[in-house]
Write a protein that binds this ligand. Sequence first.
Ligand code: PLP
Length: 322
Amino acid sequence: MRGAAYVNGTIGPLETAAIPVLDHGFMYGEGVYEVLRTYSGEPFLYDQHVARLRRSAAAIHLALPFDDETLRSWVDRTSAAAGLEGDTYIRILTTRGVGDLTYDVRATPVASIVIVVKPQPAPDPRLRNEGIAVALVPILRNHPGSVNPMIKSNNLLNNALAMQEAQRRGAEEALMCNYRGELAECSQSNLFLIRDGVALTPPSTAGLLKGITRAFLFQVGQEVGVKVEEATLMPADLDIADEVFITSTTREISPVVRIDGRVIGSGRPGELTLRLWDAYHRRALEMTSLAGTARKTAQGLGTGDWGLGDSTLLTGKRPPDS
Ligand code: PLP
């Protein structure tokens, strides 16, 4: 696989990158992560992703031994080492670190940090033309009193088992309910359904990861005149949805046309979904292009100010999840 990885200070080819067996990320799944992507070489919504990484780390009482500027320099160095043309996928992971086999945090005084940079393929045109099938799986999304889904945790067994069940059913994503039977989110994406022209998404109290894409969609909806609201949703709401779509950093917006036996709307990607997707993509390109220009200018002036990756500078508003 093409790409590069930063592992605790060393950058090398992705294929041979390794961490010690005694890393508690490997042993116990103790760690948190982020996934970002670039457009035209610039990471999109970088500041929001780093802020969520810090929130996730704080939630597992993991002290991160680096500041934002240092992290950014590692991301940039890893991206440069990857030397990839086109857009890239960037995964930042940090774990409890290497130490003896005990849950005692004193055994692991230094967090490990890994950054993976690999190609980010363009969305398959099939998504836009045909949409995808999703399976509503019996596996429940984690109870917030257990491993809270709000933490973007390396401990992904819940998500992996859900996705594997969906794949067995011929679907491309797994939709999960919470312990109350409400729709929560998918294994790797957030859920939206459109009813009477309004895009509805489960609230964070349903127990879900507050997606960066989900938050950004509230702004995009405003721009294109589509109301986006949080609402408690039940599986029966899928039967009366006009359109359904899922959101994530790497997939942007994927139209959903079938959920198990249910055909959504006309069985084709919905009009409002595509309108939101187009607007999302356009905004991502605009913002990363502006951020790239600002960064180059700042580098020329020697200020090293990366701040224009923050969408608030363009809209003056923070998305609800930031
Ligand atoms: N929910 C889960 C469980 C996820 O794993 C992801 C992304 O990987 C998302 C939602 C979407 O989050 P984001 O939009 O920040 O990529």
